[in-house]
Design a binder for this molecule. Structure first.
Ligand code: FAD
Length: 456
C-alpha cells in the first residue's frame, strides 16, 4: 500500500503542478475579465445544457473567458447540483439528504454582470439547422455555440426524479423508509452504486439479509481486478452480504418512483425463485442524447446512445472509427474552416462518446477543451484543443464499503495497466460533503461555519 500511495502521489504531482499553475493564471485572467467584460444589448448566445460536474465547470470557465458581445445561457432542469456520489449513503442514513443538493448561487454571483443567465428548465429538443434550443414550455433559445452536458439518467436511488430540492429529499427519505421496513433486501447490479448501497445497508443495519445480484462473473466491471476482488471480499467476508454473480434475473415491476419493488420475486438462471421484501435496481444507465434524435439522429451512437464527437469534442454527424486518433494532425496552418451547424455544437461528460472514463473528473477536464475551442471559433481560428484522457487521474474513484471503510482506486488505462489502491477505515458518515460545498463556493449554508447554523 505504501507503494500505491507513492504511485498516486507521483502521478498526482506530475498532473497537479501544471494544473495548479494553469488554474492560477486562469484566476488572474478571470479577475481581469470580470472588470473588462461589458454586457451588450443583443449578445450572441453560448448555450450550455446541463449543470452537473461537466456543465458546471464549463459554465464557470466560460464566465471567466467569453468576450463582450457573447452571453452564456445555462439550462439545467434541477434547482440544485445533485451530488450523486452521496446518494447511496443518503438513501440509507437519515437526516443528511439535504446536503446532497448544492446551491448554484456561488457560480452565478461570481460571473461578470450580464454574462450569464441561468434557466431552470428542461430542453425537449435541439433544432440544429435553425440553431435553436427548445424548452419543454415552448420557449426557444437561439445559439451561436451550444454545449451539451446532459449526462445520463438512472432511476432512484442512483438519481432522483424531482427537480426541486424539497421533493428530491422526500425521494431519498422514501428509500430510507423502504430499507428500514424491509428485512430481506436484494440489490440488482454490482457497479459502484450497487456495491456502495449493499455495503451501507448491511453495515448500518447488520440484522438485515442483504443480497447483491450481478450479471457478470466479477463486480465493478468498469474497474480492474484488484478493486473487484477487494470489494468482493469486503462485502462477503467482512460484512456478510450475499453476493450472487453471473445472475441476471428480470427486474420486478417498480413500486412508485424509481426502481424499488416491494414483495418481489427474482427468478434465477436455474429456474429457482426467491422472494424479497425489497428489490432495488441499480442498473440501466441511459444517456440523455434524445434531444438530438429529431434534428441529428446520426450524431447518436447506435451502440451506446452517446453523442458522437471528434477529439475537439465537436459533434459528428456520422460514425467514423478513425476519428479518435489522439495524434491527429490538425493542420494548424490551414485557414479556419467555415463552421457548419454541427461544428457549433459540442458535447462533453457522460453523454459524449469520448474514449475517457465515464467519471466526473473526465467531464471536468473536457470542459477546458470545449472552452478553448469555442473561444477559437469566436476568434475565427481552427479548433485545435484536443481531449486526451488521462485515465490514472480521471478514472479515479472513491468507493465506500460501509460506514467508515473506503478505497481510492485508479488504474492507467481503460482495459488494464498499472493499478493503485489506498484503503481507509476513517470515512465520515456524511462523506465529508462540506468539502464539496466549499469546492462549489458555498460556505454560508452548509459548507462552512460562516454565520452559524446550516438550514437543514
Ligand atoms: C454513486 C456514484 C459514485 C460516483 N463516484 C465517482 C467518483 O468517485 N469520481 C468520479 O469522477 N465520478 C464518480 N461517479 C460518476 C459521476 O457521477 C458521473 O461521471 C458524472 O455525474 C457525469 O457528469 P455529467 O455532468 O457528464 O452528467 P450528469 O451528472 O449525468 O449530469 C447531467 C445534468 O444534465 C441535466 N439534464 C439532463 N438532461 C437535461 C435536459 N434535457 N434539460 C436540462 N437539463 C438536463 C441533469 O439534470 C444533470 O444535472 C459516481 C457516480 C455515482 C452514481
Amino acid at each position: 500500500m505504501a507503494f500505491d500511495t507513492l504511485k498516486i502521489i507521483a502521478h498526482g504531482i506530475t498532473w497537479f503542478i501544471p494544473y495548479i499553475v494553469r488554474a492560477g493564471l486562469q484566476s488572474l485572467y478571470a479577475l481581469y475579465h470580470f472588470y473588462t467584460y461589458k454586457p451588450t444589448d443583443s449578445p450572441k448566445h453560448i448555450v450550455v445544457i446541463g449543470g452537473s460536474f461537466a456543465g458546471l465547470q464549463l459554465v464557470k470557465r466560460l464566465t471567466q473567458t467569453i468576450p463582450s458581445g457573447y452571453k452564456i445561457i445555462w439550462i439545467e432542469k434541477n434547482s440544485h447540483l445533485n451530488y450523486v456520489f452521496a446518494f447511496p449513503r443518503f438513501s440509507v442514513v437519515a437526516g443528511l439528504e439535504k446536503r446532497a443538493f448544492i446551491p448554484y448561487t456561488a457560480l452565478e454571483a461570481g460571473a461578470p454582470k450580464g454574462s450569464l443567465r441561468r434557466v431552470q428548465g428542461t430542453v425537449s429538443w435541439i433544432n440544429k439547422e435553425e440553431q435553436k434550443v427548445i424548452l419543454d414550455g415552448g420557449e426557444e433559445i437561439p445559439f451561436e455555440y451550444l454545449a451539451i452536458a446532459t449526462g445520463s439518467t438512472q432511476p432512484l436511488p442512483v438519481q432522483v426524479e424531482s427537480t426541486e430540492r424539497t421533493e428530491a429529499c422526500d425521494e431519498l427519505r422514501a428509500v430510507q423508509t423502504h430499507i428500514k421496513t424491509s428485512q430481506k433486501i436484494a440489490i440488482l447490479g454490482g457497479g459502484a452504486v450497487g456495491v456502495e448501497l449493499a455495503s451501507d445497508i448491511k453495515d448500518f443495519h447488520p440484522d438485515k439479509d442483504v443480497s447483491l445480484v450481478h450479471s457478470r462473473e466479477a463486480l465493478l466491471n468498469r474497474f480492474g481486478p484488484r478493486l473487484q476482488q477487494y470489494a468482493l471480499s469486503a462485502l462477503r467476508d467482512e460484512l456478510g452480504v450475499r453476493v450472487l454473480l453471473g445472475e441476471r434475473p428480470v427486474r420486478p415491476t417498480a413500486y412508485g418512483k424509481g426502481s424499488l419493488a416491494r414483495d418481489a420475486t427474482l427468478v434465477y438462471r436455474d429456474g429457482k425463485e426467491e422472494i424479497f421484501d425489497l428489490v432495488i435496481g441499480c442498473t440501466g444507465q441511459r444517456p440523455n442524447s434524445h434531444i438530438l434524435a429529431m434534428s441529428s439522429p446520426h450524431s447518436i451512437c447506435k451502440k451506446t446512445s452517446r453523442i458522437l464527437v471528434s477529439p475537439t469534442l465537436q459533434m459528428l454527424t456520422s460514425d467514423t472509427s478513425a476519428i479518435w486518433n489522439p495524434d491527429i494532425d490538425l493542420h494548424p496552418d490551414l485557414p479556419p474552416p467555415t463552421l457548419n451547424s454541427s461544428d457549433r455544437i459540442f458535447a462533453l461528460g457522460d453523454v459524449a462518446a469520448h474514449p475517457g472514463p465515464l467519471m466526473a473528473r473526465a467531464g471536468f477536464m473536457q470542459a477546458e477543451t470545449v472552452v478553448q475551442n469555442i473561444i477559437s471559433c469566436i476568434n475565427g481560428k481552427p479548433t485545435k484543443r484536443i481531449y486526451k484522457p488521462n485515465w490514472f487521474i480521471e478514472g479515479a474513484i472513491k468507493l465506500t464499503l460501509g460506514k467508515k471503510h473506503n478505497v481510492v482506486y485508479t488504474r492507467a488505462g481503460s482495459e488494464g495497466g498499472s493499478e493503485a489502491m489506498i484503503v481507509s477505515r476513517k470515512g465520515k458518515e456524511d462523506l465529508d460533503i462540506g468539502t464539496a460545498w466549499r469546492q462549489y463556493g458555498v460556505s454560508g449554508e452548509f459548507g462552512g461555519v460562516k454565520g452559524g447554523k446550516p438550514d437543514y
